[in-house]
Design a protein around this ligand. Sequence first.
Ligand SMILES: Nc1nc2c(ncn2[C@@H]2O[C@H](COP(=O)(O)OP(=O)(O)OP(=O)(O)O)[C@@H](O)[C@H]2O)c(=O)[nH]1
Ligand SMILES: [Zn+2]
Length: 181
Amino acid sequence: MEEHYRAIIESIGENPQREGLLRTPLRAAKAMEFLTQGYEQDVDEIVNGAVFESSNDEMVIVRDIELYSLCEHHLLPFIGKAHVAYLPSGKVIGLSKIPRIVDMFARRLQIQENLTQQIGTCIQTVTEAHGVGVVIEAQHLCAMMRGVQKQNSTMVTSVMLGRFREDHRTREEFLSLTRRG
Ligand SMILES: Nc1nc2c(ncn2[C@@H]2O[C@H](COP(=O)(O)OP(=O)(O)OP(=O)(O)O)[C@@H](O)[C@H]2O)c(=O)[nH]1
Ligand SMILES: [Zn+2]
């Protein structure tokens, strides 16, 4: 990857041998490796058995999970927040595992719709919940720094599974809690 970054630097007319750029291909390769580390991770390793029995069947919401991903069309970041909720059916998942699952899918080349879907489906599978809701609000640098250059538009995507899809009161409760504050 380092070699490829060196070639990119040359192809934009820069000199990869000048002092400031000497180590840039290596740094850029390391950064890209970090930003795409989700390909190396799997759900079992991340959840690590942290699913606990619980008789609580009320909605659990983790909101405002910060999110950094890369758009698969331009390899530019999209940045925002994810809100995740589920209705437990006898099991709850360790709190930290929800943001970890968000990161695992965010650190891949993505479009926001697929990212939202993958997070929802994964949490549904792991928790066997009565339902899962995911909302992502994000700003895409590919639409801000270039292209249409719109600085204030936010893309909002959602996925509603199980009760969140079937029961509008459950969905409304989730959506109103994501809007609060
Ligand atoms: N639905 C969706 N579209 C995205 C996402 N990220 C980027 N895009 C869009 O993907 C599209 C790619 O369109 P193309 O016409 O092939 O590429 P482009 O010429 O670079 O498009 P512009 O961005 O309009 O300049 C653009 O409309 C982007 O805004 C995303 O997460 N979801
Ligand atoms: Zn893009």
